[in-house]
Design a binder for this molecule. Structure first.
Ligand SMILES: NC(=O)c1ccc[n+]([C@@H]2O[C@H](COP(=O)([O-])OP(=O)(O)OC[C@H]3O[C@@H](n4cnc5c(N)ncnc54)[C@H](OP(=O)(O)O)[C@@H]3O)[C@@H](O)[C@H]2O)c1
Length: 288
């Protein structure tokens, strides 16, 4: 009942995000600026100094790779939950690669590298993203970029639904499969979906494009979890909560930084055994 009330609250919001798709122009951040940012970040991170005995013990007892110095690729990293993911991982000393349509000052302040011009309403930009990345190994890919339009049974707009399917469902699938050469055994992929894509949880109807695209993303993600298990790549299917971002006109009941921190905790505990699970950021396993 509480959940349904939240959905109704969400349903009543006027959503503004993403309706103005930017130009198709591909504008890479100046290479020089990028290298400058990277060098600044590389030199800013100093690993903590530990006594030799403690270090030796840590090396013997550690069962997972160290959390720092991993490479995290985040789509939609310029604002909202994506930006908070970027801040979270950068603060831990990881290399953050932000992919977005246009950069932001906040992202430039913390990321290792920014790849702009990645408008996911044009799937060909994913090839450009892959070309830009080259053979850069990716430890964690976070497919976060997403958009929302509203349709009702009396106000149907199929073009809008196609756009949401492209950005919210086809793009994360294509990004993941196109970047398979960059992922390796032990890599993780997080799909930022929504509980709105749960068929079992749909008690208020409507939202055809958003619900449909996130349901499709959930199914694509589940198949990826099965198909990529032999390669040692795990997939998390994550609902961030009702989060205070532009997508919901900064309503919501959880701040974007808190949501990103909780989701990062789930990603940290992601294994091949629990791969393909649909989680709420509060840790609850959600119904399909
Ligand atoms: N906020 C919530 O309550 C909530 C709930 C459930 C799920 N989610 C999911 O969480 C994810 C992040 O959303 P958010 O809340 O952080 O929303 P947001 O603040 O509106 O951010 C959306 C992000 O997606 C990017 N994006 C939109 N259209 C794009 C396109 N055509 N190509 C490339 N990037 C595009 C935006 O980039 P631009 O700046 O270029 O527009 C922005 O970086 C989404 O997948 C969303 O569906 C959010």
């Amino acid at each position: 009942m509480k959940r349904d009330n939240k959905l109704r609250k969400f349903d009543n919001l006027i959503i503004s995000a993403g309706s103005g798709v930017s130009s198709n122009g591909f504008t890479l951040l100046q290479t020089r600026q990028r290298l400058k940012n990277r060098d600044r970040l590389d030199s800013a991170y100093t690993p903590p100094v530990r006594p030799a005995a403690a270090l030796a013990k840590a090396q013997i007892t550690r069962h997972t790779p160290p959390m720092s110095n991993q490479t995290i690729l985040i789509t939609g990293a310029n604002r909202g939950i994506g930006l908070e993911f970027a801040k979270h991982y950068a603060a831990q000393g990881h290399q953050v690669i932000g992919a977005c349509r246009e950069t932001s000052e906040a992202l430039e302040a913390i990321s290792t590298r920014i790849i702009t011009g990645i408008d996911l309403s044009h799937l060909s930009n994913i090839v450009t993203l892959a070309e830009e990345l080259g053979d850069t190994p990716i430890d964690t890919l976070i497919n976060n970029a997403g958009m929302w339009h509203d349709e009702t049974v009396n106000d149907m707009n199929i073009d809008q639904i196609i756009e949401q399917m492209t950005i919210n469902a086809y793009a994360p699938l294509k990004i993941t499969t196109t970047l398979l050469p960059n992922l390796k055994e032990g890599s993780k992929v997080a799909m930022i979906t929504s509980r709105m894509g749960s068929i079992a949880d749909n008690s208020s109807g409507g939202r055809y494009g958003y619900r449909g695209s996130k349901a499709a993303l959930n199914m694509f993600s589940k198949s990826l979890a099965i198909d990529l298990k032999p390669k040692g790549i795990a997939i998390a299917i994550l609902h961030p909560g009702y989060v205070q971002t532009r997508m919901v006109n900064f309503g919501g009941d959880i701040a974007a930084d808190e949501s990103a921190r909780k989701l990062a905790g789930i990603i940290e505990n992601l294994t091949l055994e629990n791969s393909g699970t649909f989680w709420h950021s509060n840790g609850e396993v959600l119904p399909w």
